[in-house]
Design a protein around this ligand. Sequence first.
Ligand SMILES: Cc1cc2nc3c(=O)[nH]c(=O)nc-3n(C[C@H](O)[C@H](O)[C@H](O)COP(=O)(O)OP(=O)(O)OC[C@H]3O[C@@H](n4cnc5c(N)ncnc54)[C@H](O)[C@@H]3O)c2cc1C
Length: 351
Amino acid sequence: MRILVIGAGVIGLTSALRLQQAGHTVEIAARDLPEATTSSVAGAVWEPYAVEPMDKATAWGQAAFDMFKELSEDSWYTGVVMRDVWQENPGNAPAPEWAAALVDFKLRDGYYTFTAPVIETPILLRYLQGQFEEHGGQITRNTFASLDDAFAYWEMTFGATGSADEPCVVVNCTGLGSRELVEDNAMYAGKGQIVRVVDPTFAFALMGANGPGENPTYIIPRLTNIVLGGIFDAESEDLTPDPNIRTDILHRCAHLALFKDQRFAMSLARLAGDDFAASFAERVDPQYRETPAATLADNPDACGLRPCRSEVRLERVELAPGRVVVHNYGHGGGGVTLSWGCADEVVRLLG
Ligand SMILES: Cc1cc2nc3c(=O)[nH]c(=O)nc-3n(C[C@H](O)[C@H](O)[C@H](O)COP(=O)(O)OP(=O)(O)OC[C@H]3O[C@@H](n4cnc5c(N)ncnc54)[C@H](O)[C@@H]3O)c2cc1C
């Protein structure tokens, strides 16, 4: 088949690659190139977060886990490393559904731990784009106002007219863009903000507990920097990083890191400002009190809009004879985590 994938985030790129590997001819067209997508802002730790339906997410997540584990064998090329993850678990709740597939998942007092892929998404996206292009694919920039537009683009790109024998096939991986593209009113933006710092030794991924309506707190050590987060704001779509939110993230992350590494925690507290550092110093052993501020990474602050929906939309729709669309969007806070599993399903739906 000849297939047009719309969208060049992690969902579009993994779908396109898997379709190529299944023997299809694939082109990608997207409003934004990979480095300018939400996917490029993601942390990203493998953990299904703010994404439904959980039974399917567990299966998609497992497939992606296995693929990322393989990619971690070539970390500098793919951006994937395996890390020990410590997730706060106040009240010692039972293991989440998705834990079943993890071989080293452990319930501890107040935490659960497991080993999982951590992904430096700008590196991963470059790798995926490289793989796609190496296999003959091309990414072009184009914004579609409707699926009709996309079908017309398919006909122009492949120089053919869709028919029952060879339908126009469009795979819609536009994330939040589906709100307009297919007028999906179930889509909404879950805004996130992160701060990136550099620390050569801290290597644990730490995930704070957050109840409904609370901001998530997390520390994700990647290959070249550490992502500190975060927020979940469904009210604003302003992508300008807010300095007050940065300070709040540093406060929360300093507290989160304290049980694992007092030096690193103190370095975050110092970065948050002298007043906070002075009071935080009382919580660390004397030898860590003068720890200098953590180093900010280049271009440290970023915001992104998670493409949220009550559940992921992953389905094939025959719109008219010779016109097929597969929707693959609405991955909320877990698009990286589910990516390869959803891409495999796109291939099955077109099989
Ligand atoms: C701060 C933050 C932290 C996160 N952390 C994690 C994490 O730790 N783990 C995890 O799994 N996930 C995480 N996520 C979520 C993850 O980033 C998303 O689920 C994922 O990036 C969605 O990928 P996507 O390809 O669907 O969307 P996007 O990356 O937004 O890509 C959409 C593509 O579609 C294109 N497009 C849109 N509309 C149109 C149109 N009309 N015409 C043409 N092209 C169009 C865009 O230009 C873009 O190329 C995080 C998100 C944020 C913001």
